[in-house]
Design a protein around this ligand. Structure first.
Ligand SMILES: *Cc1c(COP(=O)(O)O)cnc(C)c1O
Length: 397
């Protein structure tokens, strides 16, 4: 099939739920992507924060290939070596006590919601509990995850959703305090909001929400599906804030490109919530995806990816300052580590800028609030930053 036939066949056969860009990607190498015409692109999107190691990493690929020839699925009825090693590795790096592997981010959110509801149920002996979520949050597209996602236009066609969800203002402690009542079993927060506009939480806000959760024995859920796994310069963003959640959600970069997520809990939560029969998944934590988790975690430390994020973040932020001062359409930038957003003037559609960058050979993302979102692989160099910034400046001017 040629490029046009690929696009047409896809549109003829896939449910039209995405407005895809007019590009057909064929292969990747490091921080570069190549389309079917051989054109090269610099990737500052990582497939939405997933391919943190870049493309075609030999050690990662070898680990997966070796597992393919051994065993890729066995179900959760049995033990396998990779579930042992991946759960241990993930508990070790996350500082949490117990892991449940899922197949996606949304499924990790669903697991967290059920865990929190069961925790409250076990404690009080009755059901009927609700959740406090944040405005501008994004937690996924399944019905439970959508119920706690703070964008009304995403939710509206699908009402009634999960009952008893109250939205509070992100970074506004008083509004969280006002939203919490006797029926609240959990508060769910992205420490750095991604989809909603790349907005980091204030430390003081998280500290106070933690205190409130402790006082009322409400579970604090941090959705680090996008901001976790080294992206912000800490293994998990909560560590940089010094505020630990009761339930931690991870996915996107966890499998380095293979589909796997997890919800992680403290011992206190594990001992007082889900028990056998309460939850499950057929594929979650399969040998192949767990091999990917092991390789991702291994290579994150071996290749010093977090050190790279921390050493290059000041430079990236300095260059973004320059973009803001040079381009009148760029109003401000915000973010943490390699999760950065450029706020674009409302007169210009950020989608058009993303499209223009793509035609200039740079892959970037958009986010809510007219924000140009950068989620580069964690392996980028100073030269990659220079190239990306040059293209962004050219496009904005
Ligand atoms: C992407 C994302 C999700 C949903 O993950 P899926 O794998 O698409 O289901 C949930 N929360 C956050 C913060 C995300 O960025």
């Amino acid at each position: 099939m040629n490029t046009k036939q690929i696009i047409d066949t896809t549109e003829d056969n896939c449910f039209h739920v995405y407005n895809r860009f007019d590009v057909v990607f064929d292969r990747g190498e490091g921080v570069k992507l190549y389309d079917t015409d051989g054109k090269e692109y610099l990737d500052f999107a990582s497939g939405i924060g997933v391919t943190a190691l870049g493309y075609n990493n030999k050690e990662f690929n070898d680990a997966i290939k070796a597992q393919v020839d051994k065993l890729y699925h066995i179900s959760n009825l049995y033990y396998h070596p990779n579930l042992a090693s991946a759960s241990k590795a993930l508990c070790d790096i996350s500082g949490m006590d117990k892991a449940f592997f899922t197949n996606s981010g949304a499924e990790a959110v669903e697991g967290a919601i059920k865990t929190a509801k069961k925790y409250a149920f076990s404690k009080s002996g009755h059901n009927g509990y609700g959740i406090v979520a944040m405005e501008n949050s994004f937690h996924g597209r399944t019905v439970g995850a959508l119920s706690v996602t703070g964008t009304e236009s995403y939710r509206n066609p699908f009402y009634p959703l999960m009952d008893k969800v109250t939205f509070a203002k992100f970074n506004d402690y008083a509004s969280v305090e006002a939203a919490v009542d006797d029926d609240t079993c959990a508060i769910i927060i992205e420490p750095v909001q991604g989809e909603g506009g790349v907005t980091p939480a204030d430390k003081d806000f998280l500290v106070k929400v933690r205190e409130l959760s402790d006082k009322l024995d409400i579970l604090l859920i941090f959705d680090e599906i996008q901001c976790g796994m080294g992206r912000t310069g800490d293994v998990y963003a909560y560590m940089g804030y010094g505020v630990k959640p009761d339930i931690l959600l991870t996915a996107k970069a966890l499998g380095g490109g293979l589909p796997i997520g997890a919800f992680l809990v403290t011992d206190k939560v594990a001992k007082n919530s889900l028990t056998p029969g309460d939850h499950g998944t057929t594929y979650g934590g399969n040998p192949l995806c767990c091999a990917a988790v092991n390789a991702s975690i291994d290579l994150m430390s071996k290749n010093k990816l977090i050190e790279n994020v921390n050493s290059l973040t000041p430079y990236l932020e300095e260059k973004l300052d320059e973009v803001v001062s040079k381009c009148h359409n760029a109003i401000a930038h915000r973010g943490k580590g390699f999760m950065q957003g450029l706020v674009i003037d409302d007169k210009v559609k950020v989608g058009d800028i993303v499209k223009k960058c793509l035609s200039e050979g740079l892959v970037v993302l958009s986010a809510g609030g007219n924000v140009l979102r950068l989620l580069p692989p964690l392996v980028i160099t100073k030269e990659d930053i220079d190239k990306a910034i040059d293209i962004i400046v050219r496009v904005l001017q």
